[in-house]
Design a protein around this ligand. Structure first.
Ligand code: AMP
Length: 424
């Protein structure tokens, strides 16, 4: 999609159903007729007709599309910076007509190295968030370009941090199996919805799972997403943060589908249980070695065709695929049914991996404990412990995995894509 921040968004980029109640939504416009070069009537902003000294200045005219953009922009007031991503700065904002309506404004940096100045990640994020509307996917509320030609995405504000913060804060945030089931349910529904709409997310990980004020988890950061409706189309294997990347991508597969996201969901599931990244390789080679050791070595027996993938290489000592029982010790906190689901998400052969839809049909959701209601889920700590998960009390810390025993998360190691040594 060719979207240039150097021009105002086209009319079809702007939301069509903005609430009509915003007092700041429309400037009084002059009725003085005007037109641009191609005859389109222009609207004249009266406020710009006099200079600061009261003298006449050239009138600033806006064509209808620019006017729509102005209307949209004026609906929001930008506040403090919330964070910074690779291609955007994120600011807190609020609706001009009601300061209690908070939003996040993602201001995309103009990058000269890209055609149109806009990183492909930003184009993807805009494209897919416009299409996907689901309670567990972050909502895109509006789009406008600012006068410095930057594109601004107005997103719903998600004030309670992300799942990674909860997983990592082992000293103050306690949670149990019912909480994990609730978070996994929200994540799985989001992924199912993406796949049902032929969109792959391709960067599922705990810090892309943001938390709304009511506890709802929302899948965010669609900067690596893409459509997969055309099975014959080659795609890049250099996606998904390494610790969450499935073996087919590590082996360089160029044709793949929803199974890549399902593997990442499995890695998030495992991480929620043990409170540390399950397979945290420092390089792609190490990542493959960890998969072989902890899950089993991909071979022609368990994954027909794997040896033909262009970057297939595994350690020489072949480890048989571990059965469910082997997972019970470390992951048993979610029960035998939970472990069964986990094992199905990490099937080595993507064709044998459970789909997001099948995940939702799994019996684990129906067995006790029930998923915790979202309002009762643990929240990020504001200095003290906010909820003690009942399961945890019963199980005496079983869910406090390695994270509490001094295994440090490599800060930011998994946050950036690794286009590492093996990439060709
Ligand atoms: P991103 O570029 O999407 O990774 O965003 C960078 C940082 O901005 C994130 O790590 C969050 O801390 C923050 N952020 C992004 N989107 C939102 C949002 N919708 N609500 C609140 N904070 C956000």
């Amino acid at each position: 999609m060719a979207v240039s921040p150097l021009v105002a968004p086209t009319i079809d980029m702007l939301p069509s159903s903005r609430p009509a109640s915003s007092p700041g939504k429309r400037l009084p416009t002059s009725t003085v007729p005007s037109s641009n070069d191609n005859g389109t009537p222009r609207l004249l902003l009266p406020g710009n007709r006099l200079g600061p000294d009261g003298g006449a200045t050239p009138a600033v005219t806006l064509d209808p599309i620019e006017q729509l953009n102005e209307d949209e922009k004026r609906k929001y007031v930008k506040g403090k910076k919330l964070g910074e991503g690779t291609y955007a700065n994120v600011y807190l904002g609020h609706a001009r007509h009601d300061p209690s309506v908070l939003v996040a404004i993602k201001k995309i940096k103009v990058q000269q190295q890209y055609q149109d100045g806009m990183a492909p990640d930003a184009v993807r994020e805009l494209k897919y968030l416009r299409e996907l509307h689901h309670p567990n996917i972050i909502s895109l509320l509006s789009v406008f370009s600012s006068k410095d030609q930057n594109l601004n995405l107005v997103l719903e504000y998600l004030p309670l941090g992300d799942l990674e913060m909860l997983i990592r804060d082992v000293d103050r945030v306690r949670y149990g199996a019912g909480d994990i089931k609730a978070w996994m349910g929200m994540l799985t529904r989001a992924v199912w919805f993406c796949h049902d709409n032929f969109v792959l997310h391709r960067d599922i990980k705990p810090n892309n799972l943001l938390i709304a004020a009511d506890g709802e988890v929302k899948l965010a950061d669609f900067g690596l997403a893409r459509a997969f409706a055309d099975p014959g189309r080659r795609m890049t294997a250099n996606v998904i943060t390494r610790w969450y990347r499935p073996p087919e991508l590590l082996f360089g597969a160029r044709h793949y589908g929803g199974a890549v996201d399902v593997w990442s969901v499995g890695m998030v599931f495992a991480e929620l249980i043990i409170r540390a990244p399950y397979l945290a390789g420092n390089t792609e080679v190490e990542q493959i070695a960890l998969i072989c050791k902890q899950i089993g070595t991909p071979t022609e027996d368990n994954w027909p065709g794997v040896t033909h993938l262009r970057e297939y290489t595994v350690p020489s000592d072949v480890v048989p695929v571990w059965g469910k029982d082997a997972y019970m010790g470390r992951f048993g906190a979610v029960g035998a049914d939970g472990v069964d689901l986990l094992v199905r998400t990490v099937a080595l052969d993507p064709k044998k991996r459970i789909t997001a839809r099948e995940m939702l049909e799994h019996r684990w959701w129906r067995t006790d404990p029930k998923p915790t209601p979202k309002e009762e889920l643990p929240r990020k700590s504001a200095g003290g412990e906010e909820k003690m998960g009942a399961d945890l009390k019963r199980r005496n810390g079983l869910l406090d995995g390695e994270g509490s025993n001094g295994v440090q998360r490599g800060a930011k190691v998994a946050r950036k894509l690794d286009f590492g040594a093996l990439a060709k």
